[in-house]
Write a protein that binds this ligand. Structure first.
Ligand SMILES: C[S@@+](CC[C@H](N)C(=O)[O-])C[C@H]1O[C@@H](n2cnc3c(N)ncnc32)[C@H](O)[C@@H]1O
Length: 224
């Protein structure tokens, strides 16, 4: 998890470490090391009958932890390169002593190729970094190559849920998925994208979005 480790193949835009960590978060990084996974371990970890749910950019872990507490029969894999939020999430994992969550504390794109084909049942990406400016659009997570990769590692009928309150990113997401015929947009009416799906919990960024009177949308796509 050190800075140099991540410089190998991806450039990180923005910060990987913010303010200095509180004592409890520093402790969580030490005690919570049991939750951290290595790339090479992934194929063994996902070799299970359980439903595999991948949350990309879990932030402080609100959705990840609440979901894992309810669905104890599913295995949750959380990926986020930001050290401070990972520490906060580990702190909660230790508090609730969860044994159905593992954490990849880095860029998710580095582990996607380690998932066996058709192994993931659900992917959640809640409020990804929007990179609203046109000149930064190649920094967005949702790209053609990304969709191609997740298309192969997701189970048929598996779902990917993406939330955002940034209009340019909303259009971008819909355009990208429309182009990629392996996914079908689940929405039947506007209510379907204007309200949070029942299997997602309010996150810090959704809360911020509502306070700022922005309109979050939730897009659910099903793998054909
Ligand atoms: C705007 S925050 C949203 C956090 C949380 N999902 C929420 O709704 O409160 C975006 C998160 O995505 C993470 N992130 C950005 N790029 C990522 C990547 N390539 N792989 C995994 N996580 C990433 C960031 O570190 C950050 O925690």
């Amino acid at each position: 998890m050190n800075e140099n480790e991540t410089r190998n193949s991806y450039i990180f835009y923005g910060r990987r470490k913010g303010r200095s960590l509180s004592k409890s978060c520093q402790l969580a990084l030490i005690e919570g090391v049991k939750y951290l996974i290595k790339k090479e371990e992934l194929s063994n970890i996902v070799n299970t009958e359980k439903r595999i749910i991948l949350e990309i950019g879990f932030g402080d872990g609100k959705n990840l932890i609440n979901s894992a507490r309810i669905n104890t029969n599913a295995l949750y894999i959380g990926a986020d390169p930001f050290l401070n939020t990972t520490a906060r999430c580990l702190h909660k994992l230790l508090k609730y002593n969860l044994n159905n969550v593992v954490i990849w504390p880095d860029d998710v794109r580095k582990i996607l190729k380690y998932f066996p084909r058709k192994s993931i049942s659900e992917i959640k990406i809640l409020f990804p970094d929007p990179w609203p400016k046109k000149k930064h659009q190649n920094r967005r997570l949702i790209q053609d190559e990304f969709l191609k990769t997740i298309g192969s590692i997701m189970k048929n009928e598996g779902t990917i849920t993406i939330a955002t309150d940034e209009d340019r990113l909303k259009r971008w997401i819909l355009e990208k998925f429309q182009k990629y015929k392996n996914f079908e947009w689940e929405a039947k009416c506007s209510k379907d994208w204007q309200s949070r799906p029942i299997d997602c919990y309010e996150t810090k960024y959704e809360f911020k979005s509502i306070i700022q009177k922005r309109n979050p949308s939730w897009f659910v796509f099903k793998k054909k």
